[in-house]
Ligand binder design. Structure first.
Ligand SMILES: Cc1cc2nc3c(=O)[nH]c(=O)nc-3n(C[C@H](O)[C@H](O)[C@H](O)COP(=O)(O)OP(=O)(O)OC[C@H]3O[C@@H](n4cnc5c(N)ncnc54)[C@H](O)[C@@H]3O)c2cc1C
Length: 301
């Protein structure tokens, strides 16, 4: 089938937990949808998720993605590898492109997630795999209960994260990447947070080690990086969707301010969690199905 001759009921940009779940729902409504995915789901970083509903023994992020792909494939969802670089309106349709390839659709779901800013070290991948470097306290702070936890990033960003982590441990160290005034440092200390001087991080194969400029080393059980993130929101703000700091605003049906354009999962403002991505996907897919002309009855000519 030639993509350019084809009009899909829905084009889904992104094949992480949100996009794959939406695709499965739409196919189970007998809708024609396609997923275009750049293959960089945040879930690939998850060494083991222990809060994903239905997996009491935990599940690796890559295994979860495999299972979601298997489920979507079982209902005939096509998944193409590619990075969508533009979406335009053409009459009643949307036309999305990835280089020379194009897809035409009646609706669009943006499920493109976020891209974490990471510390500037070559060992970052290995440290995340070892759960020494972490990116989501809501996801896995439970597994760091009573551990020595570091929080790395600009001072103003790490203090609220560190306060959240005091539920889990009494040993929280701030690892600021910038200077903070003495009043802010004093306030943090009064909250029981240790403020380490600016320095470098190193990974010893198991844990992260903070080295101050004077050479003092502090080994930490887990370090949360709070450096912010980027999103592909511009793909849909160009169509009229609204976003703040890269996070898209949606209504109760997951529709953006651009009619026919939906956003689900981490790219939406709110809680970045797999369970939330699943919920967004179910709501968006059901609303899209209800809004499209009735699908031809099965067996009709
Ligand atoms: C280290 C770590 C541990 C985590 N642990 C947990 C946990 O235990 N429990 C939990 O609930 N959550 C956890 N999370 C969060 C969870 O991974 C995310 O909430 C979830 O992956 C969001 O799903 P999504 O589909 O919205 O985005 P993603 O999974 O990030 O998928 C988005 C997809 O869209 C693709 N994409 C982006 N732009 C484009 C484009 N222009 N064209 C085509 N494709 C595009 C990306 O490459 C990617 O494949 C963790 C995250 C990290 C980083």
């Amino acid at each position: 089938m030639n993509d350019t001759d084809n009009v899909w009921d829905c084009l889904i940009v992104g094949g992480g937990p949100a996009g794959l779940t939406a695709a499965t729902y739409l196919r189970r409504f007998h809708r024609r949808c396609i997923v275009v995915d750049a293959g960089q789901s945040r879930a690939r970083w998850i060494a083991e998720s222990n809060n994903c509903p239905g997996f009491p023994d935990g599940i690796r992020g890559r295994r979860l993605l495999e299972r979601l792909h298997e489920q979507a494939a079982a209902f005939g969802v096509p998944v193409e590898r590619g990075r969508v670089d533009g979406i335009l309106r053409e009459g009643d349709l949307f036309v999305a492109s990835a280089g020379a390839r194009q897809w035409r659709s009646h609706t669009v779901i943006l499920a493109s997630g976020i891209t974490d800013q990471l510390p500037p070290y070559a060992w970052v991948d290995r440290a995340i795999a070892a759960r020494a470097l972490r990116l989501c306290a809501i996801c896995d702070a439970y597994e760091a209960t009573d551990a020595h936890i570091g929080v790395y990033g600009p001072f103003a960003s790490i203090v609220p994260h560190a306060r959240f982590l005091t539920t889990f441990s009494a040993r929280i160290s701030l690892l600021p990447t910038d200077e903070a005034d003495e009043t802010a440092r004093q306030s943090a200390r009064q909250d029981g947070l240790q403020v380490l001087p600016r320095g470098e991080l190193d990974f010893d194969g198991e844990r992260l080690v903070h080295r101050s400029r004077s050479g003092e080393a502090t080994r930490l059980d887990a370090v949360y990086a709070c450096l912010g993130s980027n999103t592909a929101a511009a793909l849909v703000t160009a169509l009229g969707a609204r976003a703040e700091s890269g996070e898209i605003e949606i209504d109760r049906c997951q529709m953006t301010a651009a009619g026919g354009v939906y956003a689900i999962g981490d790219v939406v403002s709110g809680l970045n969690q797999i369970a939330v991505a699943f919920g967004h996907a179910a709501i968006a897919a059901s609303h899209i199905h209800a809004g499209l002309p009735l699908a031809p009855r099965r067996g009709s000519a």
